[in-house]
Design a protein around this ligand. Sequence first.
Ligand code: ZN
Length: 102
Amino acid sequence: MSEICSTCGLPKELCVCGEIAKESQRITVRIESRKFGKKYTIIEGIDTKDIDIRDVMKKLKNKFACGGTSKEGKIELQGDHKPRVKEFLVQIGFAAETIDVK
Ligand SMILES: [Zn+2]
């Protein structure tokens, strides 16, 4: 027996709820400068009810080989990755038009 999605009632392997959720986010990417001139890339607006934010963060950290933390729908990555973050989020399934790069 395969697992059934509680949202659409389809078996998990056919379910696209996660994919739909990724297309209906309102994500903001911005850079924050902190003390000692350190820069952080902040990704906000991910709906953690629909998206596994820890999984997204893990992929970002692997991609950009940097440290990072996530809490309450917000991902902080060490360093300035703004020029490439949007493209990568699109690669992993987020819709380009939902990502606002400041
Ligand atoms: Zn589903």
